[in-house]
Design a protein around this ligand. Structure first.
Ligand SMILES: NC(=O)c1ccc[n+]([C@@H]2O[C@H](COP(=O)([O-])OP(=O)(O)OC[C@H]3O[C@@H](n4cnc5c(N)ncnc54)[C@H](OP(=O)(O)O)[C@@H]3O)[C@@H](O)[C@H]2O)c1
Length: 257
């Protein structure tokens, strides 16, 4: 059995707390001893109050401290853990092991998924990239990750950062494109849900085609007349720039199919 203290109560922390809670009913491989958050209200209805503290001085001794706070707070939160020579891991895609205060041993458990508190998620399908500074700690992080997911892999910090940049393109930027598309639809009294089958097919298609082969549209066809019409339609300068840049990127990456 591995005992854990989770630090944080945001999107990732809440999903971890719920998932460990569910899994503890099936086996006692992982026990969440306590959660530290500066805002206990955030965990109302998710965890009993006696398992939550907002004072770092009350953090109990455990095998592993799992920090799921904003990237820029990992350093501060890690240094507030009142123990030394413990395994302390964070969940960030872009932050290095050096964010963890050197009084403790460092590791990473990076779940490659987009988490929102309000949306349930099945952790068992989420790829988890893990890292630690010695073999024994890698085994411990692996044990924790294996309880959460069937897809666990060891990666180093450079690979994890590359993965995070790629994830920003395939998730965050794509989601922003949905947002722009939604605004354009709504400005013209078109329900955004009309786009749903197109969105689903676009994501589905790349399970069998690589993204370069799957590309369609005016940019890859070098259809300059349509491109000019679209640019004329857009009134927002940022959206015009995005349209132009992505068109250029598609045209420089792919040959006409
Ligand atoms: N969300 C994702 O899709 C995702 C995916 C993979 C990895 N991650 C990584 O997971 C980590 C957490 O991300 P998240 O999306 O869960 O963030 P989030 O929802 O914005 O939550 C951030 C948490 O950090 C706490 N916090 C911020 N500054 C703090 C400080 N100085 N002291 C103590 N607590 C502090 C916040 O507390 P308050 O509520 O009191 O502000 C909140 O509990 C990040 O490293 C992120 O890169 C996120």
């Amino acid at each position: 059995m591995i005992s854990i203290v989770i630090l944080g109560s945001g999107n990732v922390a809440q999903h971890l707390i719920k998932t460990f809670g569910k899994l503890s009913k099936q086996s006692n491989q992982i026990v969440v001893k306590q959660v530290y958050t500066r805002n206990p209200e955030a965990l109302r209805g998710i965890l009993n109050r006696d398992k939550i503290t907002n004072h770092t001085g009350n953090i109990p001794e455990a095998d592993v401290y799992l920090i799921a706070v904003s990237d820029n707070a990992i350093k501060e939160v890690s240094s507030s853990i009142p123990f030394s020579n413990k395994l302390v891991i964070h969940t960030s895609g872009s932050m290095g092991l050096e964010e963890i205060d050197t009084k403790n041993r460092s590791g990473v458990l990076y779940p490659l998924q987009t988490f929102s508190k309000s949306k349930a998620i099945d952790f068992s399908t989420i790829p988890i990239g893990i890292e630690a500074t010695n073999e024994k700690d890698i085994l411990t992080v692996k044990q924790i990750a294996n309880v959460l997911s069937k897809k666990v892999f060891v990666i180093d910090s450079a690979q994890r950062k590359a993965l995070h940049v790629a994830a920003v393109f395939v998730c965050n930027f794509v989601n922003h494109m949905y947002h722009i598309g939604q605004n354009i639809c709504e400005e013209h009294q078109i329900p955004f849900e009309i786009m749903q089958p197109l969105i689903e097919e676009t994501a589905d298609k790349i399970k069998i085609l690589n993204p370069k082969e799957a590309q369609t549209g005016p940019a890859i066809r070098n259809d300059q007349k349509t491109i000019d019409k679209h640019l004329g339609f857009l009134s927002n300068d940022i959206e015009k720039n995005i349209y132009n840049l992505i068109t250029q990127s598609i045209q420089s990456h792919g040959k006409k199919l």
